[in-house]
Design a protein around this ligand. Structure first.
Ligand SMILES: C[S@@+](CC[C@H](N)C(=O)[O-])C[C@H]1O[C@@H](n2cnc3c(N)ncnc32)[C@H](O)[C@@H]1O
Length: 277
């Protein structure tokens, strides 16, 4: 486990993932009944964009750094920018939230966050970042194993964020398989699955596998949003990212359609693009 998210925090991929996450949380908050969120690969929860790791090759400058002064940003992005401003109350851009921070801040007292982080140092940092609260459960455990151990939640509604580091060559295939299992336990939950965009046809076959597994569960709809800064290259380098959403909340497709063209134009330099399907 060499992956450290601090090198990538606030980049274009985080921006897309976290904007979609905030939209889904807001949709859950519209109903008074409590919900649960399982964050299978949580990270440390808060990132210092001026720290050594983030400054090594400051990916955030081409991500959240390009969005902070977007005065007429569509709501999907405006919400994230507002949240990041709230963290940096002294002005400027130093702190960037990870997924468990965004989730924990959205919770009401009866809602629940279950966040898993397997790397010992990242787990300790996560523990330091998040408040000790009855509705925040932190687990130093394998997020894949948590999909069967912690689902379905007793709240019966909610979402699962699956955001692995893709260090292992089979992690995309594994994710598709594990999602199939998770759907058997929590078929009506919303699942947010982040994937690196390197090779579109590999992603297409992972989507087909999940779609086939969905037939046997209560899950019905999917939405895929891709954003790339440059077109995929034969060497398979990361050029963008893809969010695959199972059981998306009402209005997410419209919100993404309103933002993706402008976001691609703002983050890319002419060769960027997007897809929504
Ligand atoms: C992409 S980062 C997560 C970023 C975070 N979800 C966010 O949006 O802020 C992936 C994290 O998963 C952790 N990790 C790797 N393998 C894991 C596993 N099997 N179970 C739980 N966490 C794992 C890594 O240490 C890393 O912190």
């Amino acid at each position: 486990m060499n992956y450290r998210h601090a090198f990538h925090a606030g980049n274009h991929a985080d921006v897309l993932k976290h904007a979609v996450l905030l939209f889904c949380l807001e949709a859950l908050l519209r109903k008074p009944t409590p919900f649960a969120v399982l964050d299978t690969h949580a990270g440390r929860g808060l990132y210092d964009l001026q720290g050594d790791e983030a400054m090594r090759s400051p990916e955030w400058q081409a991500g959240i750094g390009k969005l902070m002064d977007w005065t007429d940003a569509p709501p999907l992005i405006a919400r994230l920018v507002e949240t990041v401003r709230g963290l940096n109350h002294e002005g400027g851009l130093r702190l960037y939230p990870g997924s468990p921070t965004l989730i924990a801040e959205a919770l009401r007292p009866d809602d629940l966050l279950m966040a898993c982080e397997l790397h010992p140092e990242e787990y300790v940092a996560l523990r330091r970042t998040l408040p000790r609260a009855a509705n925040v459960q932190l687990h130093a455990r394998d997020g894949w194993e948590a999909l069967s151990a912690l689902l379905p939640p007793k709240q019966k509604r909610g979402l699962v964020l699956i955001d692995p580091p893709y260090e292992e060559p089979d992690e995309l295939v594994r994710s598709a398989r594990e999602i199939g299992q998770a759907l058997k336990r929590f078929g009506h939950g919303t699942i947010l699955w982040w994937r690196p965009l390197k090779n579109a046809s590999i992603l297409d076959s992972a989507d087909s596998e999940v779609n086939a597994q969905m037939l046997a569960t209560g899950a019905r709809e999917t939405l895929r949003a891709d954003l790339w800064l440059t077109p995929p290259t034969p060497d398979g380098k990361l050029t963008g990212s893809s969010m695959f959403v199972i059981n998306p909340p009402y209005g997410l497709d419209t919100a993404l359609r309103a933002v993706l063209p402008a976001l691609a134009a703002r983050l890319g330099a002419g060769a960027s693009g997007w897809r929504l399907s």
